[in-house]
Design a binder for this molecule. Structure first.
Ligand code: FE
Length: 190
């Protein structure tokens, strides 16, 4: 795969269709600037600011853009909020659509056929394999991403975090908790 990419990049560069510096800039952006930390700060803000949370619920694209997290694969966003009764889980059954602007690049398993099929057939079983066993009374709602619409899970704010700053809260928000395959870290982690 790496050799194919290199060959393709060489040909496109020789033909003058791409600028290698532009490719480097894009790779550098996704390696260092864009990642789950962005999504974590969206979630932390929603936890401390109910007006922001309402906005995020109504128009996630605009509320996330307000924090400057814009860009490719994040043009149309929907935030889905976990509640004590309902846990949200995100998948792309067709391919690997993922909200790059808030979560960075997807983990390998997100793109794997077993995750993509089993997340909809047996979400409870998949979550158990991620170490997340939910009470039988908790509903699991699965959201199938598309090229048009990407989802960000807003997990429940962990107990015992009253008085935490936004930064302290953001440190509890894991990537997987924003996909729905995990929960935020416990407060001792901070
Ligand atoms: Fe996809």
């Amino acid at each position: 795969m790496a050799a194919r990419v290199r060959a393709l990049e060489t040909i496109l560069t020789q033909k003058g269709l791409i600028d290698p510096l532009a490719i480097d800039a894009i790779v550098e952006t996704y390696e260092t600037k864009v990642g789950p930390r962005n999504g974590a700060s969206v979630v932390a803000k929603a936890w401390v600011d109910s007006e922001y949370a309402d906005w995020l619920k109504r128009d996630a694209t605009a509320a996330i853009a307000y924090l400057s997290y814009t860009g490719r694969q994040g043009e149309h966003m929907q935030a889905v909020f976990n509640t004590p009764d309902t846990h949200n889980l995100v998948v792309c059954t067709l391919c690997s659509c993922y909200p790059w602007s808030v979560l960075g690049l997807p983990p390998v398993w997100y793109k794997s056929p077993p995750y993509r099929s089993r997340a909809v057939i047996d979400p409870r079983g998949v979550l158990a394999e991620f170490g997340l066993t939910l009470p039988a009374t908790t509903n699991i709602r699965v959201w199938d991403s598309t090229a048009e619409l990407r989802y960000l899970v807003v997990p429940l704010r962990p107990a015992g975090t009253e008085g935490f700053t936004e930064d302290q809260l953001a440190a509890l928000v894991t990537r997987d908790s924003m996909i729905g395959t995990g929960l935020p870290l416990a407060t001792e982690a901070v």
